[in-house]
Design a protein around this ligand. Structure first.
Ligand code: C5P
Length: 399
């Protein structure tokens, strides 16, 4: 269930007897690495206490729409935006009916309306209520709106009946929730990713570098973890926390990045070079801080850095190798030239002449170029683009 790592799950609990199982569900979700915030309807609090859910989720439980104190903390719109996924378990017949009608008469139904996140329901009710034409109609309407239903299961019910309407077990619900975050297309594979800028020292206090933020490489690394890969993220100096579930190796110069990239390369299946590596470094690094002196000019002699991605692509045990091409014009043509020159399998080209995407931005738009094809991925947040690119890389790798 690695795919739940760092996922923000809003767990909605409505008033059914199965609500008692949500304590275990909250524990399962958190155990799989998810961050959990719980919203309870008033009826749910009749079956299980908010205090139990607060202790198990590690966050205060949200109960009311018009609670000034709660709104001052994380307001309902903020909560709706926070969620990566809304999971309502148990979802009663009444809640399903209100959701179908688009009502917003309590906090949970309001959040479902106000959020862009996917919504999943684990229905739980008496078998006759589940079979009722009204509930069946609502279930169908909700699914048409891309709301996912987990179950219900068939079996013995709290009321003594036997039939459909049992809530699935917490472990099954947690598993189905994890599956909402894509398939484990890279399970068992090892992926190395370079990210961020390099710093080439001139003297003890100065260096040559560039504006790369590392956001694209970190998004790719996170997506590769979510796709089930074992990931080594080789990062230049950036201001980003290490995504959970991977090994991060911090480096500074291109030469250090090369050493870290080649370390264990024989077990690497896919190498993705997203780092903005400095092409040149100072021929000599001054031992002490360089002084201005009297001259109006100074000459810095530079020597070429090793090409990391080309070195990897030409290694005797070369992995499937993916590069990036940041260009300001003729983007695809230059990218294709780079693809063949460096012997890459794929190259991801982006136009860095635009200030709204690429370097330092949260958005990017790219063209994925192979020897015989190209595909445009339009402007998307880098986090989302990371997932799309990993899916495309995995597909090409397996092909
Ligand atoms: O040659 P250019 O710098 O435009 O190529 C960009 C691609 O090559 C990127 O994938 C970058 O990470 C990689 N690269 C590298 N080592 C270098 C220069 C670029 O791995 N010294």
């Amino acid at each position: 269930m690695q795919r739940l790592t760092d996922r923000k799950i809003l767990l909605g609990i409505t008033g059914g007897i199965a609500a008692y199982k949500c304590a275990e569900l909250a524990r399962q979700l958190r155990g799989a690495g998810a961050e959990v915030r719980v919203v309870m309807t008033p009826a749910a609090t009749e079956f299980i206490t908010p205090l139990t859910l607060q202790a198990l989720s590690g966050n205060p439980v949200h109960l009311h729409m018009l609670d000034a104190e709660a709104e001052a903390g994380m307001g309902h719109i903020e909560l709706a935006r926070w969620a990566d996924l809304i999971l309502v378990a148990p979802a009663t017949a009444d809640f399903m009916a209100r959701l179908t009608a688009g009502q917003a008469d309590d906090l949970l139904s309001t959040l479902c309306l106000a959020s862009d996140a996917p919504v999943c329901l684990a229905p739980a009710m008496n078998q006759a209520m589940w079979r009722n034409a009204a509930t069946q109609h609502n279930a169908e309407m909700l699914q048409q709106r891309n709301i996912t239903l987990f179950g219900p299961g068939i079996g013995e019910q709290a009321c003594g009946d036997i039939g459909p309407g049992r809530m699935l077990e917490p472990v099954e619900i947690a598993q189905l929730t994890a599956e909402q975050f894509g398939n484990a297309v890279l399970a068992g594979k090892t992926v190395f990713i370079t990210a961020g800028p390099t710093r080439e020292a001139i003297d003890p206090v100065r260096y040559i570098s560039n504006h790369s933020s590392g956001k694209m490489g970190y998004a790719l690394a996170q997506a590769a973890v979510e796709a089930g890969a074992t990931v080594k993220l080789i990062s230049g100096p950036v201001n980003l926390p290490a995504p959970a579930g991977l090994e991060r190796v911090m480096v500074s110069s291109a030469e250090q990045m090369l050493v870290a990239s080649l370390d264990g390369i024989e077990r690497c299946d896919i190498f993705i070079a997203s780092a903005a590596v400095a092409d040149f470094r100072a021929a000599d690094i001054a031992e002490h801080k360089m002084k201005k002196g009297k001259a109006d000019e100074m000459v810095l002699r530079l020597v070429k850095n090793p090409d990391i991605v080309a070195t990897v692509a030409n290694h005797p045990q070369r992995p499937f190798t993916v590069g990036f091409a940041a260009e300001t014009r003729d983007v695809v043509a230059y990218a294709r030239d780079k693809l063949s020159r460096k012997r890459l399998d794929l190259i991801i080209a982006n136009d860095v002449s635009r200030s709204d995407i690429g370097f330092n931005s949260d958005q990017n738009a790219v063209t994925v170029v192979s020897a015989d094809a190209q595909q445009v991925l339009p402007e998307t947040p880098k986090r989302q683009l990371g997932g799309q690119l990993i899916a495309m890389i995995a597909q090409q790798y397996h092909a």
